[in-house]
Design a protein around this ligand. Structure first.
Ligand code: PEP
Length: 250
């Protein structure tokens, strides 16, 4: 049985004060939630204060990005050990906004995924097609390539431990959600690709999230699907009540 995992990607929102206010609300709201792992991913500046404020319970901390090198002359970047040091368990890698606006490629995604494991961080590796690619009927080709290249050189044990987020680019922040059937079909396809790369056991264990305009109203239908193990949530994770409806999907 795969444990559901719901992650909130706060993107470039929330000052430290606002992040602390939100995490305090979430601590209360999520205290009784069992059998669901909940990850919050604030901005870099809020990571440590939020780490100190997180209470006992299902809440875990994640970063939204990091560099793959341990240190060096990389102005403006954050090293994996720095992310680990401030209390992160997870790190989002290769979000479509990073690929689109900051030049991330399947190769840099792969380097970051490996660096995450080298620093005892669990990567949430994002993949997904654009609207043009979906309409051209090449979703599986695009997503299959992203998964294969992203997982290059990883062991079956590492893949079993990580999280893959399927996020169709056209559904992120647009209010357009993929239908639960379509989302599940791509998540199932990702699991098949994982099975080809590192074997059936790792494919059975890897957790696959759907992301793209997830809300309280659509989470139950998505989570009922066979190959969807959680959600990566942007906009609806910025408000405690909206996020609470998602993490309490059962
Ligand atoms: C995201 O940022 O990963 C995301 C899915 O955003 P939203 O939920 O706002 O579509």
């Amino acid at each position: 049985m795969r444990k559901p995992i719901i992650a909130g990607n706060w993107k470039m929102h929330k000052t430290v004060g606002e992040a602390l206010a939100l995490v305090r609300e979430l601590c209360g709201i999520t205290a009784g939630v069992a059998d669901v792992e909940i990850v919050i991913c604030p901005t870099f500046t809020a990571l440590y204060p939020v780490h100190l404020a997180i209470c006992e319970g299902p809440l875990r901390l994640g970063a939204q990005n990091m560099h793959w090198e341990a240190q060096g002359a990389f102005t403006g970047e954050i090293a994996p050990a720095m992310v680990k040091e401030v209390g992160c368990t997870y790190v989002i890698i290769g979000h479509s906004e990073r690929r689109q606006y900051f030049g991330e490629t399947d190769d840099t995604v792969n380097k970051k995924v490996k660096a995450a494991f080298a620093n005892e961080l669990i990567p949430i590796m994002c993949v997904g097609e654009t609207l043009e690619q979906r309409e051209a009927g090449i979703t599986e080709g695009v997503v299959g390539r992203q998964v294969r290249q992203g997982l290059t050189g990883l062991s079956a044990e590492q893949v079993a431990e990580m999280v893959i987020a399927y996020e169709p680019v056209w559904a992120i922040g647009t209010g357009r959600t993929a239908s639960a059937e379509d989302a599940n079909a791509v998540c199932r396809f990702i699991r098949q690709v994982v099975a080809e790369i590192t074997g059936a056991e790792s494919a059975e264990k890897v957790r696959i999230q759907y992301g793209g305009s997830v809300k309280g109203e659509n989470i139950a239908e998505l989570m009922a699907k066979s190959d969807i193990d959680g959600a990566l949530v942007g906009g609806a994770s910025l408000d405690a009540d909206s996020f609470a409806k998602i993490v309490k999907f059962k």
